[in-house]
Design a protein around this ligand. Structure first.
Ligand code: HEC
Length: 281
C-alpha cells in the first residue's frame, strides 16, 4: 500500500514537471481544495474519502499512459499525434482542453475533445473509424480514455474558457442551453430538473447546480475516475448516463447534440478552475 502511494506521488511529480512551465497549472487536489475553501457547498464536500484520495487518483496512471500514446508513432501511417491541432496549434496540449468545444476551420464544425481526437487519429494516423483504437470509447484501458485523460490533465487549474467568437460556437452553445432546459420523455425531466438548484439530492448523492459555477466546474471536470465503476469515464459517458436517467433516447458521442450540451455546460463554468482528472462517486 505504502509502495503504491509512493509511486502515485512520484508519478504525479513526474507528470507535473512537464506542465509546471504553465504558471496557471495546478494539481487537481489543490484546485478542489481552493474551491472548497472559497465556497460553502454540500456538493463539493460530500465525499471526504474522495477528497483524501485525490492525490492517488488512479486516473493519473491513465494520464501517464495517454502521454506515452500521444507521442508514439501509431496507426497505418505510423505517426504520432504531435501534429494534431486541438485548437491551440499543432501539438499544443497545454491549456487546450479548457478551450473546447470550439470551431475548427478544417472540418467546418464545432468539436469537443473526443470528436477532435477521433478526427486526428483517422486523418493523421490513418486509423479507420471502426478500429478499436478509435471506436472503443469507454474504460480506463481504452486508448481514447488514456489520450483524453492526458490532454485534460494538462489543463488542470486553468479557467474554463470555451471560445464564443465564431457564429457556430454561439449557435452550439445556445442549442445546448435549449437542450439542457427542454423537458421531455415519460418523466418530463430536463437536465435542469436535477441540476438547477444547489443542495438537491438523489438518495445520498448531492447534485451539482448549473447556476453555481464553483459547483458546475467540478461537475464538468471529466475525465474522472468513478470509484463505483473503477474506471475513468468521459463527458460523453456522463451525458449518456444522465439521458438514461431521464428515460430519454441515448446521446451519441460526436453528435451535434452532445457537443452542443458540452458547449453550454462549459460556458456555464466559465472562469472557474478545472479539476483534471477528477475523482467521483
Ligand atoms: C433524474 C435526475 C437527473 C437528471 C434529469 C439529469 N441528471 Fe445529471 N446527474 C444526476 C445524478 C444522480 C448524477 C450523479 C451524481 C453522483 O454520482 O454523485 C448526475 C451527474 C451529472 C454530472 C456530473 C456531476 C458530478 O458530480 O461529477 C453532470 C455534468 C450532469 N449530471 C449533467 C446532466 C445533463 C447535461 C443532463 C441532461 C442531459 C442531466 N445531467 C440530467 C441526475 C440527473
Amino acid at each position: 500500500m505504502l509502495r503504491l502511494t509512493l509511486c502515485a506521488a512520484c508519478l504525479a511529480a513526474c507528470l507535473s514537471t512537464v506542465v509546471l512551465a504553465d504558471s496557471q497549472w495546478r494539481a487537481p487536489e489543490e484546485v478542489l481544495q481552493a474551491l472548497i475553501d472559497d465556497n460553502e457547498s454540500a456538493y463539493l464536500t460530500q465525499s471526504e474519502q474522495n477528497i483524501m484520495m485525490m492525490p492517488d487518483n488512479a486516473a493519473l496512471w491513465v494520464a501517464e499512459e495517454g502521454a506515452a500514446l500521444f507521442s508514439e508513432p501509431r496507426g497505418p501511417n505510423n505517426v504520432s499525434l504531435e501534429t494534431c491541432d486541438l485548437g491551440k496549434g499543432p501539438g499544443v496540449v497545454d491549456g487546450a482542453y479548457v478551450e473546447l468545444p470550439r470551431f475548427f476551420a478544417d472540418t467546418g464544425r464545432v468539436m469537443d475533445l473526443e470528436t477532435r481526437l477521433a478526427h486526428c487519429m483517422t486523418t493523421i494516423q490513418g486509423f479507420s473509424a471502426d478500429d478499436p483504437e478509435v471506436k472503443t470509447r469507454h474504460g480506463s484501458d481504452s486508448d481514447m480514455m488514456k489520450l483524453q485523460t492526458f490532454i485534460a490533465y494538462r489543463s488542470s487549474g486553468l479557467p474554463w474558457n470555451p471560445p464564443l467568437e465564431h457564429p457556430l460556437e454561439q449557435a452550439m452553445r445556445d442549442a445546448g442551453e435549449a437542450l439542457f432546459f427542454r423537458r421531455a420523455g415519460t418523466s418530463d425531466f430536463s437536465c435542469s430538473t436535477c441540476h438547477g438548484q444547489s443542495g438537491k439530492r438523489i438518495r445520498a448523492s448531492v447534485l451539482p447546480s448549473v447556476n453555481e459555477p464553483h459547483e458546475w466546474s467540478k461537475a464538468i471536470s471529466w475525465p474522472a475516475y468513478r470509484v463505483g465503476q473503477q474506471e475513468v469515464r468521459s463527458s460523453n459517458h456522463r451525458i449518456r448516463g444522465c439521458y438514461w436517467q431521464m428515460r430519454q433516447p441515448q446521446s451519441i458521442s460526436g453528435s451535434d447534440a452532445a457537443i452542443a450540451l458540452m458547449s453550454f455546460w462549459t460556458d456555464a463554468a466559465r472562469g472557474q478552475p478545472a479539476i483534471l482528472p477528477d475523482k467521483k462517486r
